[in-house]
Ligand binder design. Sequence first.
Ligand SMILES: Cc1cc2nc3c(=O)[nH]c(=O)nc-3n(C[C@H](O)[C@H](O)[C@H](O)COP(=O)(O)OP(=O)(O)OC[C@H]3O[C@@H](n4cnc5c(N)ncnc54)[C@H](O)[C@@H]3O)c2cc1C
Length: 368
Amino acid sequence: MKTYDVIVVGAGPAGLGAAIESGKAGASVLLADENDQPGGQLFKQIHKFFGSHDHYAGTRGFQIGQQLLEEAARAHVEIRLSTRVWGIFEDGTVSACTEDESFRCRGTWLILATGATENSLVFPGNTLPGVITAGAAQTMVNLRHVRPGSRAVVVGSGNVGLIVSYQLLQAGMDVAAILEAAPQVTGYAVHAGKVRRAGVPVLCSHTVLEARGERELEEVVVAQVDGQFRLIPGTEEVIQADTLCISVGLTPRWELAALCGCKMDFCGPLGGRLPLHSETLETTCPHVLVAGDLSGIEEASTALDEGRLAGVHAAAALGLLSTAESAEREREIQSRIAALRQGAFGRKRQTSKEQIWSRYHQHQGGGL
Ligand SMILES: Cc1cc2nc3c(=O)[nH]c(=O)nc-3n(C[C@H](O)[C@H](O)[C@H](O)COP(=O)(O)OP(=O)(O)OC[C@H]3O[C@@H](n4cnc5c(N)ncnc54)[C@H](O)[C@@H]3O)c2cc1C
């Protein structure tokens, strides 16, 4: 059985960041991802990132992905694609499979960066062809260059919903409306401004009631809700659409962490169930770290830096970085993460993260 210093599961920004940092320090690293190309969600993101130079401002998501892949190659990271990790056993053995083979390997450190799954909604007609998630729409339009339809209704005005709406417009589709159950838009004003300027109405305090169609989606029934998200009778409207795109949040992909035996916690603002972890991404399982959306839903830039932090932590624990080197590197990365969490949404996440870290320390001290 092949052994590595570090095995990283998931080659999104978090996994790539972790693999690059541990590889650069001299660790032997295996990075496995179930997809046929690395980059996770980054390769669907054709828009320019904003923020600071350190966070690749002005660079498009897929270009960031390409830069990270080049960095990973320079750090001698072994990347295995179309490889799903399905088992992690008590002795530290990791089991994975491709279409053709199943194999086992072992890592001194395991970094889980499995990302998130998209939430959906339950309503009559939600299984009709044409009802899809935002991630599916992004994959079709930005990766496969296929339009899912000609006229869409998008549910959810978070950043993903707003960005996907704009990308559907760029692909030549009409976006009839964005529905938002909250009384105000929940994503960044800059993204909302862009879709509004393009003529897309954002209907706040509105939800989807039903998707209708003979064999596929033909129309969407929407209605207004009150401040407690209760339906207001008599406000129903029908919108003609062949695509209904659901973008109502993400949930960390926690299954592998749970399989490892990591203690789980729950934090609504970070996406729900997630592994309890420290500021340096340690879980309650020795030698198992987490990073990115798995440790709480944030943004691609935060995921990348969390991954880098986990990679530095593993490399230091392996004795590949001196205490001074790792402390300096950790300080640098932590300050970038802190800067990312300074905005209005970021502050809420920072507070939620602090609660998770505090519960982690309570647990490790025997208090939970
Ligand atoms: C649809 C969508 C759109 C988004 N749009 C934006 C945006 O525009 N801007 C922004 O900043 N953020 C956006 N985000 C959020 C951002 O992409 C994520 O925060 C970021 O990608 C998280 O990085 P990650 O590495 O944790 O996870 P991901 O990028 O999701 O990568 C995780 C990888 O792990 C793989 N994996 C999971 N389990 C296994 C397993 N058992 N074996 C092998 N591989 C596995 C997955 O297939 C995936 O490739 C979006 C997220 C989604 C879902």
